[in-house]
Design a protein around this ligand. Sequence first.
Ligand code: FAD
Ligand code: MLT
Ligand code: ZN
Length: 479
Amino acid sequence: STMGSTILRDERFAILEECDIHYFQKVVGERAVINDKDELEAANVDWLGKFKGASQVLLRPRTTKQVASILQYCNSRGIAVVPQGGNTSLVGGSVPVFDEVIVNLGAMNKILSFDEVSGVLVCEAGCILENLDKYLAEHGFTMPLDLGAKGSCQIGGNVSTNAGGLRFLRYGSLHGNVLGLEVVLPDGTIVDMLGTLRKDNTGYDLKQLFIGGEGTLGVVTKVSLLTPAKLSSVNVAFLACQDYLSCQEVLVLAKKKLGEVLSAFEFLDRSSLDMALDHLEGMRDPLPSAKQKFYLLIETTGSNENHDKEKLDVFLEDAVRTGHVVDGVVAQDNSQSSAFWRIREGIAEALNKAGAVYKYDLSIPVKDLYQLVEEMRAKLGDSAIVIGYGHLGDGNLHLNISAPKYDEKLLLQIEPFVYEWTSQHKGSVSAEHGLGFMKPHAIHYSKTPETVQLMVKMKNLLDPNGILNPYKVLPSIHI
Ligand code: FAD
Ligand code: MLT
Ligand code: ZN
């Protein structure tokens, strides 16, 4: 594989036969059993074009019962399955490694209920994130998470990866916002944990296992989610800083002065900004005269425009007076704030267009975080472009290395150095993207052997035949 580890097909798994296809057709209907070459090709390859499987069939179930019948059958036949949402995984989690059957949740896209008093939304797993946000906006609410892939990722995929994103700072993790789930276990058992309560301490909170389970423990079919009110006053500022220390000072100041209205604190270095400007259509540098090394995108969201403006003004005055911010601009209208957001959200797409990209999604204490980018730059010299951006308010660095093409020698300069460095600084080798197919071998950098052993036990308990998303997350089968 492109990631430097060799892996063999698990011979326990059955090879698909004609009778299996007939069974699937009986369960989901002929039109929901896809073997069209182009459609399969798209579903076999990941968003980065880096991981490619060779699945011969994709299923589009419309009901939980259909998902259950598929899994029960595959489990009894020993057929491996990969659950797939919007296929925007950045760690190769959503595509087959060999010939696994793809179960795509896209046809399960109904909103089931919304309670305007509690803000609790219940929907099927295949609902697209942006569609849910649009639906909620009509009711004066919004999704507690937002990310660049919103136009294609599905809530079931978001839950299964425990996606973080751009609003994490304000609304927190899906481990808190998901109130309930319906999941189908690998043997076809439907587990209804679709509660809508904020508080429920009746025994173990088992739904948490599937939040961030990356499709290895069960298929998420329905989600119940706590959503916040959509507030009317939103401000976006794009600021420039001379050095990384200043970025940290601005973060401290933002927490103090913006406090409860702070809704995003995003960070990008000059090379990240250039990456977006160079590779995306219609981009403009918001601060063409600044040419600084560091940029921050700061958003406030509140209910009173005057109050928020006043807070933002005091904050900006302080930030400039102390010299931590050397240049900046506050968006004057929606189109300007979208343009600022487009730069930050577009970096992943720009990198994808620029060539080969090695992506590292790391949690590192904020004070140390940028040192890794600098060390990596020094290590690689002119052989690649090293960029750093991410969710600074959450201590989450996206370290990305862009090169003309994938190269084993370059990879060996990056890994295991990047994982060792992260581990030494008590960080996590996966902050928000998961382990997928890219990082099972790296789990030990962030988890003790005993913890990994317990994970293996949980996996074996729920999926004794190992049919669900094999070769992902857990390291045992990686050579
Ligand atoms: P997929 O990619 O299809 O699947 C992801 C994983 O979940 C796979 O392991 C799959 O097997 C499993 N899965 C999917 N659906 C189900 C289900 N119903 N039941 C069980 N398992 C399932 N992530 C962040 O955390 N923060 C970001 O800011 C962010 N930004 C992104 C920006 C871009 C442009 C892109 C391309 C990706 C970004 N991501 C981000 C990665 C992120 O994980 C996803 O975009 C999203 O959460 C995945 O949803 P999906 O529906 O595409 O899932
Ligand atoms: C982001 O924050 O932009 C996403 O996680 C995507 C990426 O890491 O490139
Ligand atoms: Zn991110």
